[in-house]
Design a protein around this ligand. Structure first.
Ligand SMILES: [Fe+2]
Length: 329
């Protein structure tokens, strides 16, 4: 009877879309469900019996800020359980950090013996509403208005599908760069917001130019170069986005002064704009576009390096390349 129950429990856990992991008291993985295998792209045989920090986090228990990389490990070592805690998961199998809400709890045998701890991860990208709530609760200073920027993202995406996904990826890259540069949390959050709204000015560019597959005529290019000014003008009407305006205005400036719209140079360009410029170029190169296929990541990295000091701030390129290598691109 008991083994039947076990078999049933295994089936249920394997049918659950949320990744479930369990570790023994020594931090060794003793159970993972099928969602873990699917999410990480590995067979459970490669994970079971191994220390979870070694199997999933290259043996690094803490992140740059000294926080636990694994909520499960934190529960095991501190005794604290989590209930729908917002976490960023960066395992060796993930190319980019993923956001989850995690529940952790201790597991006892029927005789009351402590067996280990369990973590259940809820992928919040599957639930856009949850994602918004989670990000909003993290953005302490500007939380109430966060919906506004998602409204912008939707508005841009409605006209140009590439831009929608692009804005979110640029935001994520910009946030990672800001974090790696050691900026304060408020600035890191601001980098994310700037990423989401940076191309909002494209609302003012005709759709046939935006989605034109071939090269642009000079007069069409002029229309495109207006989008930082248009974006800044739109955003300037929202008082809480005051700090975003100069960043968006300068996101197409170049480090050597040959960018647009003002021809600013070097440190005259706001730091967050220099960050956006690198993040923007990387995502543009590594995405499929109507006129060409995505470039492989190593080629895109070489392009960034080749243009460091001319198009891009060399320090930012260096930091970003490090970040990308860290995430196993
Ligand atoms: Fe742009």
């Amino acid at each position: 009877m008991e083994s039947m129950e076990h078999g049933m429990a295994q089936l249920i856990l394997d049918s659950l879309p949320s990744p479930v992991l369990m570790s023994d008291l020594h931090g060794r993985l003793i159970f993972v469900n099928r969602a873990v295998e699917d999410d990480l792209g590995v067979e459970r045989g490669e994970l079971l019996g191994r220390p979870l920090i070694e199997a999933l986090y290259q043996g690094r228990k803490f992140d740059r800020r000294g926080k636990y990389r694994s909520a499960l490990m934190e529960t095991l070592e501190t005794g604290r359980s989590f209930n729908a805690r917002f976490v960023e998961v960066k395992t060796v199998f993930h190319q980019l950090p993923r956001f989850f809400l995690v529940d952790t709890f201790f597991v006892h045998s029927s005789g009351g013996q402590l067996l280990g701890a369990c973590a259940v991860y809820h992928d919040i990208f599957r639930h856009r509403e949850l994602l918004k709530r989670a990000v909003m609760s993290r953005l302490t200073t500007i939380s109430e208005q966060f919906e506004t920027i998602y409204a912008f993202a939707e508005a841009i995406g409605a006209r140009d599908l590439y831009t929608m996904g692009h804005s979110e990826k640029v935001a994520e890259y910009a946030r990672l760069i800001a974090e790696a540069l050691g900026l304060q949390e408020k600035e890191v959050d601001l980098a994310y917001i700037c990423g989401i709204v940076h191309d909002v000015g494209k609302i003012g560019v005709p759709e046939n130019i935006l989605n034109k597959p071939g090269p642009l005529l000079p007069e069409e290019f002029v229309q495109i170069t207006c989008h930082p000014d248009k974006g800044a003008a739109i955003l300037s009407h929202i008082s809480w986005l005051e700090q975003v305006v100069p960043v968006v205005l300068a996101h197409h400036e170049r480090y050597d002064g040959r960018g647009y719209p003002r021809g600013l140079k070097g440190e005259e360009i706001p730091l967050l704009s220099r960050i956006l410029s690198v993040a923007d170029a990387f995502d543009a190169m590594t995405s499929d576009r109507s006129y060409r296929r995505a470039l492989p990541v190593p080629v895109a990295i070489n392009e960034l390096k080749r243009n460091a000091g001319t198009q891009f701030d060399p320090r930012i390129v260096e930091v970003f390349v490090q970040v990308l290598l860290e995430y196993q691109f």
